[in-house]
Design a protein around this ligand. Structure first.
Ligand SMILES: Cc1cc2nc3c(=O)[nH]c(=O)nc-3n(C[C@H](O)[C@H](O)[C@H](O)COP(=O)(O)O)c2cc1C
Length: 160
């Protein structure tokens, strides 16, 4: 395989950007991720690729629950804030106000246009990231007109 062709082809995949969160009691973790897809209509499943050595991965494994906060087109700065390790100060996470999700107890950001909460069903450990397959158990839309932040428009790449 031509490594350059592999990189260029994979970088043409289309992605959104999400702040994924998880909690175990008062301990919280968050990270901006893009490896996300739907995976089934019934039940409503999603799959996410999460770095195996991350704090987020640890808390998803411990709690069996997580939330995906969907970033809007104008939230590139918020995406950047969650490339860094999570730091909680009261009810702020990396400077952003959050609440605990009803279904997942994972941090939910009211400033994001929508959030889904999910219950872990399978963890496929196949490489340096784990594919978590989870059922959507709660969803909230705060800004129905918002457009999602798209990876291609940011100029960023992850993998490829
Ligand atoms: C553009 C971009 C996309 C990313 N996408 C993912 C992803 O899909 N999955 C993931 O686990 N980490 C992804 N990351 C890394 C996480 O943002 C980062 O690991 C997370 O904030 C946790 O930090 P930690 O590694 O210090 O625990 C991405 C980073 C960047 C810069």
């Amino acid at each position: 395989m031509d490594a350059e062709a592999k990189k260029r082809a994979l970088r043409l995949f289309t992605y959104g950007l999400y702040v994924m969160t998880a909690a175990n009691g008062d301990e919280v973790a968050a990270g901006t991720i893009n490896w996300v897809s739907q995976a089934s209509f019934t039940p409503p499943l999603i799959m996410v690729g999460v770095k195996a050595d991350s704090h987020l991965h640890q808390l998803v494994e411990q709690s069996g629950l997580f939330a995906l906060n969907i970033l809007g087109q104008d939230q590139k700065a918020m995406a950047q804030d969650f490339f860094k390790p999570s730091k909680r100060e009261g009810m702020l996470l990396n400077g952003h106000p959050f609440t605990f999700g009803q279904a997942s107890h994972a941090p939910v950001f009211p400033e994001c246009p929508a959030t889904v909460e999910a219950k872990l069903l399978h963890a496929v450990k196949a490489g340096d990231h784990t594919v978590f397959v989870a059922e959507v158990v709660e969803a909230e839309v705060r800004q129905p007109e918002a457009k999602p932040l798209e990876m291609w428009d940011t100029g960023w790449f992850y993998g490829g």
